[in-house]
Each structure stands twice: as structure tokens, then as C-alpha cells.
Design a protein around this ligand. Structure first.
Ligand code: CA
Length: 218
């Protein structure tokens, strides 16, 4: 799950990046509002952690622009501004959740998981499709009730496919969600992960859509 962190405080930005990485996310970090807006205009993320007091463009303005451009990804505002008016302004500008600094990293990760599953139209914390179940919090996968050992990449790929079950995902969409920014990706890496996932579960779990990408049937 790719997360954009928008934070101008270097210590906090670094801490968020390390903490979210440990929780199994792929965080990218930008340090001002203009950079956030430029990044969001060109790249896709599963969720955004947005500070409000930012250089070059205020967080509320970033939020307004993102929503005006009809981007639907969840945005969690993380800020030191803690009056009721600030919370109302954030939510009314398109934020989905709000946390006051300093925040607990475990709670932030749990809120992001909740926002991401809600954005995918799911309410239950464990995703269940046929005989497969995936728990984003514990990162456990079971097939036919048996625990399946997956690499972090295989888990991320399966999570993305299960969240979007019934939709065809292109190779580029999948690669952008499972590889950190700027990482060199071997041209057949995705096929290899899919091959392993099918071997560890069942062949019919992931369908190949020729020339496009992959699909997990609902
Ligand atoms: Ca700030």
C-alpha cells in the first residue's frame, strides 16, 4: 500500500516514514504543499497523510485541489492545529480523518488500514474472497483455513488484487502500488510474484487478462 506523507518537519517526516514502513506500507515523503500537489497530480497512492501548516501551499489548499480534481484516495490530516474549527475546516475540505500531533504510529497505521478498506467499499477488517482470507493488520493470509507464507511483495500484490476484486488492474497500476518509488523493477517481476501466489494458493485465484494485467474474480 503506497502512502504519501506530506510533512515539513524533518524529524517527524523521517519518523512517520520509518514507522509506516515498519507497519508494512510503502511511504513516500514530500516536504511542502506544492510538491504534494504536483506528486498527487501524477502518481497514485492508496492514502495520504497530510500536514496542514506547510511551506509553499497550505494543506487545506492541497486538499481542496485534490478533491476538485476528483481524486478519491483517502486523506488523513495530521496536524498540530487542534481547535474544533480546524478539525471542521479539514473535514469539510475533503479530509476523511483527522489526528492531532503528536500521534501514536500504531494508531495512525490502524486508521490508514480502516480508510483504505472503506475506500475500497469494504467494512470488515479481514478481506475474504472464496477460500482466501487476508488480514491487513497482522499481514496473515489463509487459504482454505491454512496459513500461507508469503513474501512482503507477494502479500502487497495479493492485498491490492483482493481490495479491487472484480476489477482488472493493469501491470502499471499494480507495480506502482507494490514497489517503492524509483525502484528498478525487472520486466517479469510481476509475473514471477503472480506465479508464486498461484502456486501457494490455487491457479484460478488470479486471472491473467492478456495484454492488460490481472484480475481477482469476486
Ligand atoms: Ca508543518
Amino acid at each position: 500500500m503506497r502512502i504519501l506523507i506530506v510533512e515539513d518537519d524533518p524529524m517527524l517526516g523521517e519518523g512517520l516514514q520509518v514507522g509506516l514502513r515498519q507497519a508494512g506500507f510503502h511511504p513516500e515523503w514530500v516536504r511542502d504543499g506544492e510538491a504534494a500537489w504536483q506528486t498527487l497530480a501524477h502518481e497514485s497512492f492508496n492514502a495520504v497523510v497530510l500536514d496542514l501548516g506547510l511551506p509553499r501551499m497550505d494543506g487545506i489548499e492541497v486538499l481542496r485541489r485534490v478533491r476538485a480534481s476528483e481524486q478519491k484516495m483517502p486523506v488523513l490530516v495530521l496536524t498540530a492545529r487542534d481547535t474544533a474549527q480546524d478539525v471542521i475546516a479539514g473535514l469539510d475540505s475533503g479530509a476523511d480523518d483527522y489526528m492531532i500531533k503528536p500521534c501514536d504510529l500504531g494508531e495512525l497505521a490502524a486508521r490508514l488500514r480502516a480508510l483504505i478498506r472503506r475506500a475500497a467499499g469494504a467494512a470488515a477488517p479481514i478481506i475474504q474472497i472464496g477460500q482466501l482470507s487476508l488480514d491487513p493488520a497482522s499481514r496473515e493470509v489463509r487459504y482454505d483455513t491454512k496459513l500461507v507464507e508469503l513474501s512482503p511483495r507477494e502479500f502487497d500484490l495479493l492485498h491490492e488484487l483482493m481490495l479491487n476484486a472484480g476489477k482488472v488492474l493493469t501491470r502499471a497500476q499494480l507495480e506502482s502500488k507494490i514497489y517503492p518509488w524509483g525502484e528498478e523493477v525487472e520486466s517479469n517481476a510481476l509475473e514471477v510474484h503472480v506465479h508464486h501466489l498461484r502456486k501457494k494458493t490455487a491457479t484460478e485465484v488470479i486471472k491473467t487478462v492478456r495484454g492488460v494485467g490481472y484480475l481477482m474474480p469476486k
